[in-house]
Design a protein around this ligand. Structure first.
Ligand code: ADP
Ligand code: MG
Length: 375
């Protein structure tokens, strides 16, 4: 069922926005550090038409239920419904632009996998916010729309997330990554050269639900804050690898390792940007793998399934591999020469089966353009 069948008339237009994957820079965002995601060739499409009244109706191919709200009175809902994502950006665009909003009808379809760490939520937010920005003439630029997505997710969905996902979904370009400084919020497209080098990025979704994610995530954030306080800085971003000797003297072992992950990971993001420019994409594999080792041993957010995915992919020809996302489950990524995609895929499948793990979902993604109006 599409927009026309559901609402009985044609939409004004269709806007789309991609999911994203984080190439490198993990657990650095809330430490005001660097991240380097790219928008992927999996997208969410939003068909939308404005209404003459204040009613907002949204529906999705996931379920025929129509969710409604009043555009002038959007508040946080407690039922964690997906409709909070479109409602959230409808609210935040009004906050950021002071536009006089009217109601709208919206129907969503998506091929961004949900719960694989590819930010299906940001894809919804950015498709809908791009549509409303155009239809309401709100005049927000892409950076403001990224902020709108984050505000909606923080205030209306109630998830305390950063701005990385929306920045990638809005600022992505074909075969480019988005280098984001989480302190200045400056975002820069960086050529990846994967296509020319014959490389693809495999997503290995372990299907392991984010075990312990609540407690574990909060504890990591607390350790970072504690480490920064002892080191006398407002965020770990202020520290460089030269400060690690002093950090080792001042911090307990666990806090030191958490800090060392963040500090070295920030450096690895900068090194990745540098390596891409000077040596090309085949040279970034070591940095990706070093990121995984640091997340596994120092930050301790990996799980056996992610470690197995990474090591098996590397053994069978991946140039670099690492867990991606917050950890405690979720997906790994493996930068892989095109001719070895099936070998890596089959090997990881076989290894998971041999170890009695759940069957992983493995597919390639490529760096794709950010949000656009389709028709
Ligand atoms: P991620 O963004 O990593 O995929 P989140 O938990 O942030 O994971 O967001 C996933 C949620 O987004 C789903 O639980 C669902 O509520 C919502 N969602 C994603 N895609 C769709 C869709 N096409 N239709 C309806 N809801 C969706
Ligand atoms: Mg999300």
């Amino acid at each position: 069922m599409g927009f026309a069948e559901l609402f009985g008339y044609q939409p004004t237009g269709v806007w789309s926005a991609p999911g994203r994957v984080n190439l490198i820079g993990e657990h650095t965002d809330y430490n005001e550090g660097f991240v380097f995601p790219f928008a992927i060739n999996r997208r969410t499409f939003a068909a939308i038409a404005l209404r003459d009244d204040n009613l907002v109706r949204v529906s999705s191919s996931f379920s025929p239920v129509i969710h409604e709200t009043d555009v002038t009175n959007i508040t946080k809902t407690d039922d964690n419904d997906w409709a909070a994502y479109p409602f959230g950006v409808a609210w935040s665009i009004q906050q950021l632009s002071k536009v006089t909003a009217t109601g709208f009808d919206c129907y969503i379809e998506s091929d961004v996998p949900v719960g694989a760490g590819l930010s299906s939520s940001a894809a919804i937010e950015c498709a809908v916010s791009s549509a409303l920005n155009d239809l309401w003439n709100a005049g927000l630029d892409r950076r403001a729309l990224a902020r709108a997505g984050q505000m909606g997710e923080n205030e209306i969905v109630g998830a305390p997330t950063g701005i990385m996902d929306q920045s990638a979904s809005l600022l992505g370009e074909t075969d480019h990554g988005v280098f984001l400084d989480c302190r200045s919020l400056e975002a820069k497209p960086i050529a990846l050269g994967f296509a020319e080098a014959g490389l693809e990025l495999l997503i290995i979704d372990t299907k392991v639900a984010h075990r312990l994610v609540d407690g574990g995530y909060a504890a990591r954030r607390a350790a970072c804050e504690a480490g920064a306080a002892v080191m006398g800085v407002t965020s770990l971003r202020e520290l460089s690898t030269d400060d690690l000797t002093k950090a080792k003297e001042l911090l307990d072992d666990v806090t030191f390792r958490r800090v060392r992950h963040v500090v070295t990971e920030n450096q690895r993001v900068l090194d990745t940007i540098d390596t891409l420019a000077n040596q090309g994409p085949r040279a970034i594999g070591e940095l990706m793998h070093a990121s995984h080792v640091s997340l596994r041993d120092d930050f301790e957010v990996s799980v056996d399934e992610l470690d197995t995915a990474v090591e098996t992919a590397m053994r069978h020809g991946a140039i670099g591999a690492r867990m991606t996302g917050g950890g405690f489950g979720g997906a790994a990524i493996a930068l892989t020469p095109v001719e070895l995609i099936s070998e890596v895929t089959l090997s990881v499948m076989a290894e998971f089966e041999a170890l009695g793990y759940a069957k992983p979902d493995i597919f390639a993604v490529s760096p794709a353009p950010g949000a656009i109006r389709e028709i």
